[in-house]
Design a protein around this ligand. Structure first.
Ligand code: FES
Length: 105
């Protein structure tokens, strides 16, 4: 499966994301700018924030309490914001599209 990351300058990067990997893990593997992931996936740093394309957002599992609390305080939160460390690839999410907020750079 793959995910499309749209960067703040409009460029797109297509990342291979194995099933059961988080989007954050694939972004770190490939050194994607803007996904720092300071906490390593613990849903406590907020530096893996992405804005999910609306049509894909509806297919995600709802955020847990820790993610929901952190999303309250990340810059540039929008209605489809998620922590990319909490978005786990499944066959149903093949091709998911997300945007990296400019505040992440
Ligand atoms: Fe820290 Fe996702 S990596 S919240």
């Amino acid at each position: 499966p793959f995910a499309i990351f749209e960067l703040p300058d409009g460029a797109e990067q297509v990342l291979d994301v194995p099933d059961d990997w988080s989007l954050m893990e694939a972004a770190r593997r490939d050194g994607l700018d803007g996904i720092v992931a300071d906490c390593g996936g613990g849903a406590i740093c907020g530096t893996c924030h992405v804005q999910v394309d609306a049509s894909w957002h509806a297919r995600l599992e709802p955020p847990g309490m820790a993610e929901e609390a952190l999303l309250e305080v990340v810059p540039e939160r929008c209605a489809t914001s998620r922590l990319s460390c909490q978005v786990i690839m499944t066959p149903a999410l093949d091709g998911i599209r997300v945007r990296v907020p400019s505040s992440q750079l």
